[in-house]
Design a protein around this ligand. Structure first.
Ligand SMILES: Cc1ncc(COP(=O)(O)O)c(C=O)c1O
Length: 368
């Protein structure tokens, strides 16, 4: 129906235009546009304070941050990861000339299953890369145990995890490294952007050089780095976004809970299991469309679309079923039964801070 207001799966939060214009004036005055300028430095320090972490390096986006993080760890051979993620997760492994090995997931959370990972570890495995899907943390204890027991590196793709905390402690301090994305679709955005967090200052120092081609100074270049620098315009945008974040997350939380209230008990609709002890950023509202629902998942997707509601099938198709990956031995659907089950049934409904109660009611009326 053409005259219905279009509702997209997400809409970005933006800072106040007047405040952003003031920051732009500062850029125009000092004429520093990029290369670790004052706003970039301010953004990095504010992020550290906000997230409660000591060592963090801002990057131009989450994908370049993932590529650089894997490179900085000097990995060889194979990296075990999840097929239930955004393609950048596996692409970053291939870009490093490493082989992705897909393990299965927990069908209730979408997160990598530590038991499935353990079965795939061989002497060629140099790292494990789980994703905290929808910002819902993986089984951190189990992965830490695997890291210690098998002596592998543990890199968390924490693209969805800005501000996710357990009793006020950031989950970004888990493993060897965590990677964030500040893409426009995320709960916290700097238009494009990303960051790497680690407890290890030497690793972050290495990654600080890496994002500027490896330049230590004018004459010395350490390692073949990349251009991963965030510019001053985006740093300014990010700084202002931090001031509104808790308010925006609160609005998202209200939407998330209203959805749960309206969809509770609908036959064939299940929610993803978010572990109650964490504080979340409410980036996504995923539902599982089970076989006893009146429509297929794609049937529901089409029904919403016909009413100008654009949900997304995050994450479908599975990475392991894409042409680029499907011939890897671990990608076989018979080995990834939970991932294929969830990938075929998952649907992410619109969720953003400005979504109104009426919008949610309109969406839910089409689901129930
Ligand atoms: C799980 C995951 N990893 C990595 C990325 C890549 O981040 P970016 O878009 O900032 O490059 C995204 C999303 O964009 C993502 O959802």
């Amino acid at each position: 129906m053409k005259d219905e207001k279009e509702l997209y799966v997400t809409r970005p939060d933006l800072p106040d235009f007047g405040l952003y214009a003031e920051k732009l004036k500062q850029i125009w005055e000092n004429k520093i546009l990029t290369n670790n300028g004052p706003l970039h430095q301010e953004f990095e320090s504010k992020l550290k304070a906000h997230l409660g972490v000591d060592h963090l390096s801002v990057y131009s986006n989450g994908t370049i941050a993932l590529l650089a993080a894997l490179k900085a760890l000097d990995l060889k051979g194979k990296v075990i990861t999840t097929p239930f993620s955004f393609v950048a997760t596996a692409h970053s492994i291939l870009w490093n000339n490493l082989e992705p090995v897909f393990a299965d997931i927990d069908p209730k959370t979408g997160n990598l299953d530590p038991e499935s990972v353990k079965k795939l570890i061989t002497s060629d495995t140099s790292a494990i890369m789980p994703v905290h899907v929808y910002g819902n943390p993986c089984d951190l204890e189990a992965f830490e145990k695997i890291r210690k027991e098998y002596g592998v590196k543990l890199i968390y793709d924490a693209a969805h995890c800005f501000d996710v905390k357990l009793k006020d402690k950031s989950i970004l301090l888990e493993g060897d490294l965590s990677i964030l994305s500040f893409h426009a679709t995320k709960a916290f955005n700097s238009i494009e952007g990303g960051a790497i967090v680690s407890k290890d200052p030497a690793l972050i120092e290495k990654l600080n050089l890496f994002k500027n081609f490896g330049f230590r100074n004018e004459l010395e270049i350490d390692g073949y780095g990349i251009n991963g620098k965030l510019n001053e315009f985006q740093a300014a945008f990010g700084i202002l976004q931090l001031d509104n974040l808790s308010n925006n997350i609160q609005k998202r939380k209200i939407c998330f809970e209203y959805y749960k209230e309206l969809l509770a008990g609908v036959k064939g609709i299940e929610f993803i299991d978010f572990t109650p002890s964490y504080s979340y950023n409410y980036s996504y509202f995923p539902i599982i469309v089970k076989d006893d629902y009146k429509l297929t998942r794609d049937g529901l997707y089409d029904r919403l679309k016909a009413h100008s509601i654009f949900s997304r099938r995050y994450f479908f198709p599975l990475i392991s079923n894409l042409n680029i990956y499907k011939d890897f031995p671990s990608a076989s659907p018979e080995l990834l039964t939970n991932a294929n089950y969830l990938g075929d049934r998952i649907l992410t409904l619109p969720l953003y801070s400005e979504l109104s109660r009426e919008d949610i009611e309109r969406i839910c009326k089409l689901v129930v």
